[in-house]
Design a protein around this ligand. Structure first.
Ligand SMILES: [Zn+2]
Length: 61
């Protein structure tokens, strides 16, 4: 199972279970209680989302 990057504009509590538009354009469902410790830009991530979010992450760092 792969994950997508979602640009969240609301608190996680409100997003939980909601359907959002991912960075790559995919429609994904957000689960606020997800174990984010296990989520990383690894092989399981959506390649398009990683490519689109990598520059922003570098600027943030
Ligand atoms: Zn994606």
């Amino acid at each position: 199972m792969s994950w997508h990057a979602v640009e969240a504009h609301r608190p996680v509590d409100e997003l939980d279970g909601e359907v959002e538009l991912a960075v790559c354009g995919a429609i994904v469902q957000v689960w606020g209680n997800q174990d984010w410790e296990r989520v990383s830009a690894g092989r399981s991530s959506c390649a398009e989302c990683v490519r689109r979010t990598a520059p922003a992450l570098r600027h943030a760092g």
